[in-house]
Design a protein around this ligand. Structure first.
Ligand code: ATP
Length: 323
């Protein structure tokens, strides 16, 4: 098999802290191995507009600590069509790009799968999404930073909740999965956590609040994943049925940004370098990940056939801690 000489890297889908550290790792490890490396701006949308430029060691200097992505990111409806994928494959081939590292969420990995069906470009996915909902890896780049950012906000709110004897309902990201809510709920000592995967009962929530109040606990934090319910709706329900002062807070996009944690920087650096290593060894159509502290690679189609599930025992543990 002919060794590859030119690869490209892109970020796609929602931005996640640590993507820059991963771009840096891809570029520098590729250069280290004597490859040429290009950056594709704005994900698949930028690919279709040929926003492709050479990257140097210098072009990724001073970014390891920066949130977001210097390559920018975007969503592309055009790339979801067969014509869009064909056009993308043609552009990559015209630029002589033989390997493509795609850093993004499950949608972006799907884009990689579609590309691999009609193109000889070797595809290597790197999981980067604060949602952490990608199977084949324990952690996606950005999750650790997002939960620590949300946790900091919850800790601050707890001070006010305690001082004013209020109930705070805090909505965190997670349209389909409760990974963020579960982790920050447990770490933040939430009295209740509502996630999309587990049916919840607002009457049981009321009981729990009444019991805590009777025991002398006059403030509570309830963490909800946006996909389970809206903080505002829970607030309205509680206000109608209790005498407590209830506030709703939506953390929103602040969870996405910010300087990546040490964990995310190290993970991103390891995964970026490993993606290049796999390409150099001739592998293709894979997604790299970290499982049980080890670097792994799974066929990229794996993410379409499997779903990653939350550990519901953490929910039980949180309930036990709220007694
Ligand atoms: P996040 O989970 O953070 O939102 P994501 O990668 O899942 O990130 P998506 O918007 O689902 O974000 O996907 C990013 C892009 O990947 C899409 O805008 C599209 O260009 C491409 N993509 C997604 N699904 C497909 C598909 N089935 N075929 C081709 N391209 C796809």
């Amino acid at each position: 098999m002919k060794p590859i000489q030119r690869i490209a890297v892109m970020t796609s889908g929602g931005d996640a802290p640590g993507m820059n550290a991963c771009i840096r790792a891809v570029v520098r490890s590729a250069l280290y191995h004597g490859l040429e490396v290009y950056g594709i701006r704005r994900g698949f949308a930028g690919l279709l507009r040929e926003e492709i430029e050479p990257m140097t060691s210098l072009s990724v200097g001073g970014i390891i600590n920066r949130g977001g992505t210097i390559l920018r990111t975007a969503r592309s409806e055009e790339f979801k069509t067969p014509e869009g994928v064909r056009k993308g494959a043609e552009i990559l081939s015209r630029y002589g790009i033989e390997g493509l590292v795609i850093i993004g969420g499950d949608g972006s990995m799907r884009g990689g799968v579609e590309l691999s069906r009609i193109s000889n470009v070797r595809i290597m996915g790197v999981p980067g999404t604060i949602d952490n909902d990608i199977p084949g890896t324990d952690y996606a780049i950005g999750f650790d930073t997002a939960i620590n950012t949300a946790l900091e906000a919850i800790d601050r709110v707890r001070d006010t909740a305690y001082s004013h004897e209020r109930v705070f309902v805090i909505e965190v990201m997670g349209r389909h999965k409760g990974f963020i809510a579960l982790e920050v709920g447990l770490a933040g000592g939430a009295e209740a956590i509502l996630i999309p995967e587990v049916p919840y009962d607002l009457a049981a929530l009321l009981d729990m609040l009444h019991r805590s109040y009777e025991r002398g606990k006059h403030s509570s934090i309830i963490v909800v994943a946006e996909g389970a319910c809206r903080a505002e709706d829970v607030k309205k329900f509680l206000q109608e049925h209790t005498p407590y002062h209830v506030r709703a807070l939506v953390l929103g996009h602040m969870q996405r940004g910010g300087s990546p944690t040490a964990f995310d920087r190290v993970l991103a650096t390891q995964l970026g370098a490993y993606a290049v290593e796999r390409l150099l060894k001739g592998h293709t159509n894979e997604m790299v990940g970290m499982e049980g502290g080890r670097l792994v690679a799974v066929p990229i189609e794996y993410i379409q056939t499997t779903t990653k599930t939350v550990d519901v025992r953490k929910l039980e543990l949180a309930a036990m801690m709220a007694i």
